[in-house]
Each structure stands twice: as C-alpha cells, then as structure tokens.
Ligand binder design. Structure first.
Ligand SMILES: N[C@@H](CCC(=O)N[C@@H](CS)C(=O)NCC(=O)O)C(=O)O
Length: 232
C-alpha cells in the first residue's frame, strides 16, 4: 500500500526530469499530489517554488522549503525514505560511480541529442550521431561493469542510473526515429539493447513515462519556442 507523506510534485507530463522523480516515488510506493504545469507558460506556484531556474520538477513537502532539480529531489527522497527500494547504492565508492554516470547522461549524452535536434544540416547531424554512438559505447562498458551480468545497472533492482537513463528512452527513441538511426542496438551495444527492453516493460516506467502523443506535443512546443536555445 502506498505511503501518504504529504508530498506534491509540480511537473509536466512528458518531461524526462519529472518522470524520473515519478519513477522513484512509484518504486518507493509514496503517494503524492501531481500539480500539472502547462508548458510553456509558468504558474505563480512554479515561479515562487523554483525562482532560480523556473523549471520542473519541484517537490513540495508541507512546511518545508520547495526542492527543485530532479537529481536533488531523488537523492532527498532516497535519504528521507531509505526503507523502501534504495535508489543509490550503499557503498560510498559505488554511490560516487553512479553519480558520475548520471551526470554523464545528463551533461553529455542528453546534450548530444539536443545538439542533434538543433544541428542545421546533414553533415552536422552525422557528426553528432557519431559522438552519440561513442557515448553509448562508454555507457555499454559502464553497464557491463555495474550490472555484473544481471538485468539492470543496479543488478537485480533498478538503481539511480537505470532511472535516469531509462526516463530518456522515450525521447531518445523518438529523436532516433526522426533522424533515422538507432543507438542502443543489438550489434553495437547488446547489453543496453536488452536492458532497454526490460526498462520499457517495467511497471514503474510504464506508469510514469509519456505515450507517443504527449511526447510529440512537448517535442513540437520545444521546437517552436526553444529552437535557438541549447540545453534547456
Ligand atoms: N536540471 C533540471 C532540468 C529540468 C528541465 O529542464 N525541465 C524542463 C522541462 S523538461 C523545464 O522546466 N523547462 C522550462 C524552461 O526551460 O523554461 C532537472 O534535472 O530538474
């Protein structure tokens, strides 16, 4: 049975940053109220809860300061509710390695997909695709080491890297379809190809991640409003 902790989450449906928090809340069986933003407009609640970045997600916890930034929220939830489904590994070195790859996914891999979206011509796009394949190879190595022959980066259970990379899959899949290539394939990255299948069919991801329509809606809004901006 889900725990009632008086949490509220400000979000938009197809945001991978919001979805990763929703996956963690689901894995930890924590009930929360979802407050939907209507991107690109921003509610007063969002502006006052995250005055620095004005972005979702933001976690609201009765009588406590709002917590913005998805990774900060996940670590807060993991420390505050450690009993159900630990997301970060226990050992400090393993935690450090998980954080390293999570930062790599956010700051390198996902930025390459953003670069691909914004690349003006065929040649530029091909160059970015090459860099995405290189990044995927590095992640394949990290997966082999971290999973130790099991299903997930976390072994038998979903961990930090699974949640963060897994919530990008609907987006990377759509961008790959639009640009006619596939990153996590059976030949180049067999480990991650099998991993991606398991993630897509996992209940926590199925309930949190967007369907094609929500994904395409947000994609079109981003194309329209932020064509000239990077890394939003
Ligand atoms: N680093 C932030 C990124 C959050 C983010 O980029 N959220 C997007 C939605 S996908 C947003 O709120 N964008 C609004 C804007 O750019 O004005 C996190 O991890 O929470």
């Amino acid at each position: 049975m889900a725990k009632k902790c008086g949490l509220k989450l400000i979000g938009i449906d197809a945001s991978p940053y919001v979805n990763r928090v929703q996956v963690v809340l689901k894995l930890k069986s924590i009930d929360y109220e979802y407050i939907q933003e209507h991107y690109p407009s921003k509610s007063e609640l969002l502006l006052t809860s995250n005055p620095v970045h004005k972005k979702v997600p933001v976690l609201l916890h009765a009588n406590k300061s709002p917590i913005p930034e998805s990774l900060v929220i996940i670590e807060y939830l993991d420390e505050t509710y450690p009993d159900a489904h630990q997301i970060l590994p226990k050992a400090p070195l393993d935690r450090a390695e998980s954080r390293f790859w999570v930062f790599y996914i956010d700051n390198t891999l996902w930025r390459l997909y953003e670069e691909l979206r914004l690349a003006p011509g065929k040649e530029e796009k091909e160059e970015v695709k090459k860099r995405i394949f290189e990044a995927a190879q590095l992640l394949e190595g990290a997966y082999a080491k971290s999973s130790n022959g099991k299903t997930y980066f976390g072994g038998d259970d979903l961990s930090y890297i699974d949640v963060v990379l897994g919530c990008f899959l609907p987006w990377t899949g759509m961008i790959e379809t639009i640009n006619n290539f596939k990153v996590f394939d059976e030949v180049r990255t067999p480990g991650l190809a099998a991993w991606a299948k398991c993630i897509r069919s996992h209940e926590a991801f199925k309930s949190a991640c967007p369907g094609d329509e929500a994904l395409m809606d947000l994609y079109m809004i981003r194309q329209k409003y932020i064509t000239n901006m990077r890394y939003v």
